[in-house]
Design a protein around this ligand. Structure first.
Ligand code: NDP
Length: 253
């Protein structure tokens, strides 16, 4: 995407990012902070979140909050506690990027372990839903808020071996569409991003033999992540966007 936002695109915006300690989420958090946002970093590994928080402080950007939560075991009460704590830190939320995700072994449906299936659904679907439900009132307090889910090309067209992960991303697309429709007359817009093959540890676990140099980095795909959090996307809702339009799914050669 060719998008060149102004350096103050996200001034005065407050944005929560899940899975903010590593990979795409880490890059999104740093990028949003660089464009003026106050960020709230949520993830399961406190030391990684603290690292991002320190990097933001070292650049003299608006101080970031951190909240440690393992989405694999998170309950509805835990998600409500997240919202309650955030409500004490800030008056509203202008953006939520649901980025945390779990991918298990690539294996045929017939061989998927039930626990793996449950874990993927818990992190990618149930926790995402519970957090969204808990955070909605904070988002609706903003005059213009943006809820962004993270999908995948296997969440639009099933692919052999991608089992629970693919099904969870289809569910994510559905969650986005339902919420977008329900909120089309409010200030809340709801969309999905498909990052496309991106150089992270999740990608390396799925395609250990591919040529990593041919993959885009998290920094390369940030224009779409910025576009959806800023005012330029104000009227866009119910859309599943590609951060790398035209990229063919599958391993980089
Ligand atoms: P990474 O594995 O690099 O990062 C995922 C982040 O999510 C990490 O910070 C991780 O925490 C966090 N996370 C994972 N499980 C939990 C949990 N149970 N509770 C809280 N946080 C958790 O993945 P990517 O950056 O590659 O992926 C980001 C998103 O993009 C995912 O939703 C993924 O499905 C999607 N995606 C990625 C693609 C790619 O090619 N990279 C392609 C298509 C979609 P920790 O650091 O502690 O492990």
């Amino acid at each position: 995407m060719h998008y060149h936002p102004k350096s103050d695109l996200l001034n005065n915006r407050i944005i929560l990012i899940t899975g903010a300690g590593d990979g795409i989420g880490r890059e999104a958090a740093l990028t949003y902070a660089r464009f003026g946002a106050q960020v709230i970093l949520l993830g399961r590994t406190e030391s990684k979140l603290a690292n991002v928080q320190q990097e933001i402080a070292a650049r003299n950007l608006r101080p970031a909050f951190i909240y440690t939560l393992d989405l694999l075991t998170a309950s509805q009460q835990d998600c409500q506690r997240v919202a309650d704590q955030i409500g004490q830190w800030v008056p509203h939320l202008d953006g939520v990027l649901h980025n945390a995700g779990l991918l298990t072994d690539i294996t045929p449906m017939a061989d998927i372990q039930l626990q793996d299936w449950m874990n993927v659904m818990q992190v990618n679907v149930n926790a995402t839903f519970m957090l969204t439900q808990a955070l909605l009132s904070l988002m609706l307090k903003s005059a213009s808020s943006s809820l962004v889910f993270t999908t995948s090309s296997v969440g639009r067209e099933g692919r052999s071996g991608w089992g629970a992960y693919a099904v969870s991303k289809f569910a994510t697309e559905g969650m986005m569409q339902v919420l977008a429709e329900e909120h089309k007359h409010t200030g809340l817009r709801v969309n999905c991003i498909n990052p496309g093959g991106t150089r992270t540890s999740m990608r390396a676990s799925a395609f250990p033999d591919e040529n990593k140099d041919k993959l885009k980095t998290p920094a390369d795909i940030m224009p779409l992540y910025l576009y959806l959090m800023g005012d330029d996307s104000r009227r866009k809702t119910g859309i599943s966007f590609d951060a790398q339009p035209g990229r063919k799914a599958g391993p980089a050669e």
